[in-house]
Design a protein around this ligand. Structure first.
Ligand code: ATP
Length: 319
């Protein structure tokens, strides 16, 4: 009997998730597996929202942002009783392996299911690049390019009006989006969770910049560090530099995936199906030095996230 494989997306959506679903479904079918899509993450699994997929189910999605399977957050999935119910449903469908695309929360759910006897594989799909077992996550490159486009636009107006712009980007306590964006846009200052700086030091820095004749400044800051609107008012009041705050928000999550994300997502999808064909599960997939790797999912969750401190240091030298 053909192996049955389930696939779902979970946590925040990320551009490239569709390219990944497409690769998993098409590669699985090629290998003679029966492929099932689970809608809306762990919530859909518990609601028995599972559909069989054909090659046509994933036609014309490689270029689309978001996820055709939908995604959701279901905090109750941390409870053993809820996980057991999911196992029951998966067994009823005869699912031999479950592939989840998401961030570290999704991995925790997969690790829990794995302990309950389900064969699982995790793939890193999140714009935040906060998965320690992979150099890059699916969606990071697209989000980064979106941020760069927004910052370039803000730079035009900031420069024309001789203002300081403080721009908050996502990252879920991982500074990669801010650090890469800082370097790529020539920001005067980049503030990330890994490279904290006091408000006093920021204000002093801007005072110095003004004294040196600098007419505008771009500050990129990771989310969850401070209230940027309040901070902008404080900067303006204390050093006279007209300052505007911009929170880029969910705009960073959407849009057509870049070539880099489509390629990464497709490589990871094919690799995951290859692992299943070899009988390797309870693992997650990562890219390290441009090579596909797999890790024990439990150990992967404990790995430290990358530090973007070196990028911030470089950007400070040339900003
Ligand atoms: P993103 O990085 O985009 O936020 P994520 O996968 O980390 O993605 P979370 O909301 O943290 O997003 O997790 C997704 C889902 O995984 C949760 O809504 C929950 O259903 C499940 N989950 C998270 N943590 C656990 C856990 N400790 N045990 C079991 N399931 C979990």
């Amino acid at each position: 009997m053909a192996k049955k494989i389930g696939v779902f997306t979970s946590g925040g959506d990320a551009p490239g998730m569709n390219a990944c679903i497409r690769a998993i479904v098409r590669c699985g079918l090629q290998r003679g597996f029966d492929m099932f899509g689970i809608n809306d993450g762990y919530r859909g699994l518990l609601e028995d929202d599972i559909v069989q997929m054909t090659r046509h189910s994933v036609s014309e999605i490689i270029n689309r942002g978001g996820t055709i399977l939908g995604t959701a957050r279901l905090p109750e999935f941390k409870e053993l009783e809820v996980q057991k119910k999911a196992v029951e449903i998966l067994k009823r469908y005869g699912i031999d392996a479950l592939v989840g695309i998401g961030g570290d929360g999704t991995y925790r759910g997969l690790a829990a299911l794995s302990k309950l006897g389900i064969n699982t594989i995790g793939l890193p799909g999140t714009i935040d690049n906060d998965v320690g077992s992979s150099d890059f996550t699916i969606g990071f490159d697209t989000a980064l390019n979106t941020i760069i486009e927004c910052v370039d636009r803000l730079r035009d107006t900031s420069s024309s009006h001789q203002r300081c712009s403080i721009i908050e980007v996502m990252g879920n306590r991982c500074g990669d989006l801010a650090a890469y964006a800082g370097l790529a846009t020539g920001a005067e200052l980049t503030i990330t969770p890994e490279t904290p700086i006091t408000k006093e030091a920021v204000i002093e820095f801007l005072r110095q910049q003004r004294a040196e004749g600098k007419k505008h400044a771009i500050i990129i800051i990771s989310e969850k560090i401070t209230d940027v609107h309040e901070f902008a008012r404080e900067i303006e009041a204390r050093c006279g530099f007209e300052t505007r705050a911009e929170v880029l928000g969910h705009m960073q999550r959407g849009g057509t995936p870049t070539a880099s994300d489509r390629v990464l997502a497709s490589r990871m999808g094919v690799y995951a199906v290859d692992l299943i064909a070899q009988g390797l599960t309870s693992v997650c997939v990562g890219i390290v030095n441009n090579q596909m790797h797999y890790y024990d999912i439990e150990k992967a969750i404990e790995l430290p996230r990358h530090s973007s401190a070196e990028f911030v240091r470089m950007s400070t030298m040339i900003g």
